[in-house]
Design a protein around this ligand. Structure first.
Ligand code: FAD
Ligand code: NAI
Length: 480
């Protein structure tokens, strides 16, 4: 007889492991199938986010920022540091230590919540009256064990993987995707990056700070097209000042990996043929959903033409009791979006009626300054024909920002011209990732800009700029 569970989750990234925990909290019997192995061959929970995504990238961003501060900015405080050196092996070990702590933490949470970790690849094999059948294969103690489990409810949380360029093999040594780019064992003298999206900007920044000469090649003519263009303009200015060479409107024609270095041929925005030689290349051109060898057809499902699993607003697929969440479904590929969908589905399975407002999911790009936003951009709202008013306030006029030597950037708030309801908040500044949380709360509560303007904010703090931007919507900022 196959083992039976109330809920089987396929994938233990932030979507899957959070769904498993929430379902277990609600009294369900839960199993989670996960096959991820680290380079040492150890099975790991946590998915992309913990192993090769959010967590290791933020560790390296923090280390490289310390290096840049010591090398260039401590002098502004009257502190001189000579001979600043970087030990990449130690930096990578610190990053790996954080990943290890976090992934082990999930193993602890699984034990605490009595969640069974089924180690291996999960694949649907069919449906019976008892539930959905899933085969788990490949990673049992004897190497080739296969077992079939039965699930009353299934949550597909198989996530995504890096998109690669056709005919450009990724060896994660010279030509890297996110996995290799988080583990270069030395600082490349010249680094090429294809794609000026989130990974290109974050990992391009890491290696630039550590000493690489970085060129980012982006196919689109517009920089950061999904962000509010006021932020995109300011970001482009700051990155240029830092020495990131971002070229827009390029078309890559050839990538040659010699085994020691890489040579790129491309056409620039004016149609001129160009070449770029580099020691390493990062390919960061988006991600594709993981639906390979999942046996979807055996239960009457299939991935859509872009490889995603179609779901409704409640993450339900067309097959009863089968849900899908996170990067494998529509919507932004963000860890906190995957987590929220995990909680939502577990609660739906429990008979509750939860809801996610996708307009209130924040975005953050962890560059310096950070870029964060929630809600709509001014360009989107104008295209919708909505009448809006905006308020903007710079960090230059904030005492705390000056004190910590992080006075670049601003907050821009957009409110409905008549009702004053907040429609979008856009921040470029130090700690924008933390500041945006206030805007998310405000928008979830359908606050007006006046609400933020009336609320007491601590002094001196960066959050005062949030209040000033809100007041600026009504043209009454106090410190400008
Ligand atoms: P994943 O995290 O991809 O997990 C899916 C899991 O399913 C994997 O462990 C995989 O092994 C497993 N799996 C797949 N198929 C099967 C199968 N058939 N059987 C068993 N197991 C299977 N997002 C943010 O919000 N903030 C950030 O700062 C951020 N930084 C990022 C930095 C980088 C470099 C990258 C690459 C991504 C980053 N992201 C960030 C995006 C974030 O990592 C993803 O949105 C998030 O991990 C998606 O979670 P998920 O649970 O849907 O999938
Ligand atoms: P992305 O979608 O952010 O950016 C990809 C960029 O590559 C786009 O600007 C695109 O126009 C460009 N591009 C595509 N094909 C190209 C080509 N042939 N030549 C040149 N440019 C090309 O994808 P990215 O950076 O790979 O990241 C994947 C996803 O991971 C992100 O969309 C995001 O969802 C998630 N992520 C989130 C982070 C965060 O929240 N801070 C950090 C890193 C990743």
């Amino acid at each position: 007889m196959s083992k039976e569970f109330d809920v089987v989750v396929i994938g233990a990234g932030p979507g899957g492991y959070i769904a498993a925990i929430r379902a277990a909290q609600l009294g369900k019997t839960v199993a989670c199938i996960e096959k991820w192995k680290n380079p040492a061959g150890t099975l790991k929970l946590g998915g992309t986010c913990l192993n090769v995504g959010c967590i290791p990238s933020k560790a390296l961003l923090a280390s490289s920022e310390e290096f840049e501060n010591a090398s260039h900015h401590l002098a502004d405080h009257g502190i001189s540091v000579e001979n600043v050196k970087v030990d990449i092996t130690k930096m990578l070990a610190r990053k790996e230590g954080i990943v290890e702590k976090m992934t082990k933490g999930i193993e602890f949470l699984f034990r605490k919540n009595k969640i069974t970790w089924l180690k291996g690849h999960g694949k649907f094999t069919g449906k019976t009256d008892a539930g959905v059948q899933i085969e788990v294969s490949g990673e049992g103690t004897d190497g080739e064990t296969r077992e079939v489990v039965t699930a009353k409810n299934v949550i597909i949380a198989t996530g995504s993987k890096a998109r690669h360029l056709p005919n450009v093999p990724v060896d994660n040594k010279i030509v890297a995707d996110n996995e290799g780019a988080l583990s270069f064992t030395e600082v490349p003298k010249k680094l090429a990056v294809i794609g000026a999206g989130v990974i290109g900007l974050e990992l391009g920044s890491v290696w630039r700070r550590l000493g690489s000469e970085v060129t980012v090649l982006e196919v689109l003519p517009e920089f950061l097209g999904t962000a509010d263009q006021a932020l995109a303009k300011e970001a482009a200015k700051q990155f240029k000042k830092q020495g990131l060479d971002i070229q827009l409107g390029v078309k890559i024609s050839e990538v040659k990996n010699s085994g020691n270095s890489v040579s790129l041929a491309y056409t620039d925005k004016d149609g001129n043929a160009q070449t770029l030689d580099a020691d390493r290349l990062i390919v960061s051109i988006g991600r594709v959903p993981n639906t390979d060898n999942l046996g979807l057809e055996s239960i009457g499902l299939k991935a859509n033409e872009r490889g995603f699993i179609d779901v409704d607003d409640h993450c339900a697929t067309s097959v009863p009791n089968v849900y899908a969440i996170g990067d494998v479904v529509r919507g932004p590929m963000l860890a906190h979006k995957a987590e929220d969908e995990g909680v939502l589905v577990a609660e739906i399975i429990d008979g509750q009626k939860p809801h996610i407002d996708y307009n209130c999911i924040p975005w953050v790009i962890y560059t310096e300054p950070e870029i964060a936003w929630v809600g709509k951009t001014e360009q989107q709202l104008k295209a919708e024909g909505r009448e809006v008013k905006t308020g903007q306030f710079p960090f230059m006029a904030n005492g705390r920002a000056l004190g910590i030597n992080k006075a670049d950037g601003f907050v821009k708030m957009i409110a409905d011209a008549k009702t004053d309801e907040l429609l979008g908040v856009h921040i470029i500044s130090a700690n924008a990732s933390d500041l945006i949380a206030e805007a998310v709360v405000a928008m979830e509560f359908k606050a007006a800009s006046e609400d933020i303007g009336r609320i007491c904010h601590p002094h001196p703090s960066l959050s005062e700029v949030m209040r000033e931007a809100a007041l600026a919507v009504d043209k009454r900022a106090l410190n400008m």
